[in-house]
Write a protein that binds this ligand. Structure first.
Ligand code: HEC
Length: 136
């Protein structure tokens, strides 16, 4: 009787361990840690509420707080041509003085670089190749 119980227990234990292994290695559960969200989905969930879907600065939150926030037009190519990729990256990472929140703790550097590239798409500018030291 006792041996039977013991072997049952061992069976259950083995089962539990193998479940953990399966869960730990299955792609569905690993996705969160491996997968950086795409720039587009990051933009739409974290930025569009202020900057608007196409970068014009007309997101819901910007419209409600229009008296507090001076929104840049990320789709204005004349303006965006004057901004270097490094300047855009820095403001995303560290935030701005006029209401732009810092995302340095929420996003990884590569994710923020991808956001810069994504934002460039709004104005179809390429970013002047200034070195970081020449900015600001
Ligand atoms: C709470 C509203 C808000 C959110 C959310 C927000 N921004 Fe901004 N953003 C601003 C404001 C206001 C400015 C103007 C600059 C400042 O604050 O100094 C700005 C400026 C910028 C600039 C600089 C443009 C320039 O003039 O050079 C970039 C690039 C930018 N934001 C990208 C982003 C990205 C990418 C996200 C999402 C990860 C984001 N922003 C989320 C409000 C917001």
């Amino acid at each position: 009787m006792l041996t039977l119980m013991l072997s049952r227990l061992r069976c259950q234990w083995l089962f539990a361990v193998s479940m953990l292994v399966i869960v730990g290695t299955s792609p569905a559960f690993g996705a969160e840690s491996q997968g950086a969200a795409s720039a587009q989905s990051n933009y739409n969930t974290k930025c569009a509420r202020c900057h608007g879907e196409s970068g014009k600065g007309n997101g819901m939150q910007a419209r409600m707080l229009f008296f507090m926030m001076k929104m840049p037009d990320l789709a204005d190519s004349a303006y965006m041509q004057t901004r270097s990729d490094d300047a855009l990256f820095q403001i995303i990472k560290a935030g701005g003085k006029a209401g732009m929140p810092a995302f340095g703790l929420k996003l990884t550097d590569p994710e923020m670089r991808e956001l810069v590239a994504y934002i460039r798409g709004f104005s179809k500018t390429s970013g002047s190749p200034k070195p970081a030291s020449a900015v600001r």
